[in-house]
Design a protein around this ligand. Structure first.
Ligand code: BEZ
Length: 248
C-alpha cells in the first residue's frame, strides 16, 4: 500500500509522538541504529539528535521522499526489511515504532533483524498487541460484511506470550516485554474517526462507491459513539506491545 505521507505527518502525527517514549530506551552510548519503518523520519531525526548514527528505512517511496525532504542530512533508504539488500549493514540497535503489525511474516522479520545486529545488539520496538483497535476493526468488518464484501485484515496483532516465543525462537533474549492499553486521541474532532479510517484503510475504502463509503463511515460513527466518542474527540482503542530484546 502507498501512504499519504503529508496527512501522516500532520493529522496522524500521534504515531511518532507516542513513539518518542521509546527513545528513552535507546542506549546512552553512541550506537549505530536502524530505524525500521521510519515513515516520514521524525523519530529517525530524534534518534540522530540523541547522538546516534542512524539509518531510516521504509518500503514506501512516498514516506522516504518526504523523510529525505524534511531531513536532507540524514540517511534514508527505500528498503523492505523482509528482503534486505546489501545497503542494510550491521547495527547495534534495531528500532521500530508502530510498524511490526503491518508485517505478515514475523519469523522472517525477526530472523532478518537478528542477522543484521552486531553481537549483543538490541531490538527496541513497539507495535499493536492482540485486541488493538478491536472495536473499530469489528465495526468496519460488520459494515463490509453487510455489503457482502469480505474483510481481510492486513494486520498481525500478537499476544505477549506468543511474541516472547517468537523472539526466543529467533535467538533473542527478552529483557522486557510489556502489553498495555494506550487509548489514543484522534485529531480532527468529529471527523477524526473517518480521517483515521481514510489513512489506514485507504485500499479497502477505495474499493467502495462514494455512497457506500459514506454510509459505512456514518454507521461506524453512530455505532462507535457510545464507546469511543469522548466529549469532543474520538479515542481509538489502541493496545501495544513494547519490547527490549538482545541478540543471543
Ligand atoms: C496501529 O498503529 O496500531 C494501527 C494503525 C493502523 C491501523 C491499525 C492499527
Amino acid at each position: 500500500m502507498e501512504w499519504n505521507a503529508k496527512k501522516y505527518n500532520t493529522t496522524h502525527d500521534f504515531v511518532f509522538k507516542y513513539g518518542a517514549g521509546l527513545l528513552k530506551l535507546l542506549p546512552k552510548e553512541q550506537s549505530k541504529v536502524l530505524d525500521i519503518g521510519c515513515g516520514t523520519g521524525e523519530l529517525t531525526n530524534q534518534i540522530a539528535q540523541l547522538g546516534h548514527e542512524v539509518t531510516g528505512i521504509d518500503q514506501s517511496v512516498n514516506m522516504i521522499n518526504q523523510a529525505r525532504e524534511s531531513y536532507p542530512d540524514l540517511t534514508f533508504l527505500q528498503e523492505d526489511i523482509l528482503y534486505p539488500t546489501d545497503q542494510i549493514e550491521m547495527y547495534d540497535v534495531a528500532f521500530s515504532n508502530a510498524v511490526f503489525h503491518w508485517i505478515p511474516d514475523q519469523n522472517l522479520l525477526l530472523k532478518n533483524i537478528n542477522e543484521h545486529l552486531n553481537e549483543n545488539g538490541q531490538l527496541i520496538c513497539e507495535f499493536g498487541a492482540v485486541g488493538n483497535v478491536q472495536l473499530i476493526r469489528e465495526a468496519f468488518g460488520r459494515e463490509l460484511n453487510a455489503l457482502g464484501a469480505s474483510f481481510e485484515e492486513p494486520f498481525c496483532f500478537t499476544s505477549l506470550s506468543d511474541y516472547r516465543m517468537l523472539l526466543e525462537k529467533n535467538h533473542f533474549e527478552v529483557i522486557e516485554i510489556l502489553e498495555y492499553e494506550r487509548p489514543t486521541t484522534l485529531k480532527g474532532g468529529k471527523a477524526g474517526l473517518r480521517e483515521w479510517m481514510e489513512q489506514f484503510y485507504t485500499e479497502e475504502l477505495g474499493e467502495l462507491s462514494r455512497n457506500q463509503k459514506e454510509r459505512i463511515l456514518e454507521n461506524m460513527e453512530r455505532d462507535l459513539t457510545p464507546s469511543l466518542w469522548k466529549e469532543d474527540h474520538w479515542e481509538a482503542d489502541y493496545r501495544r506491545l513494547r519490547i527490549i530484546a538482545v541478540k543471543m
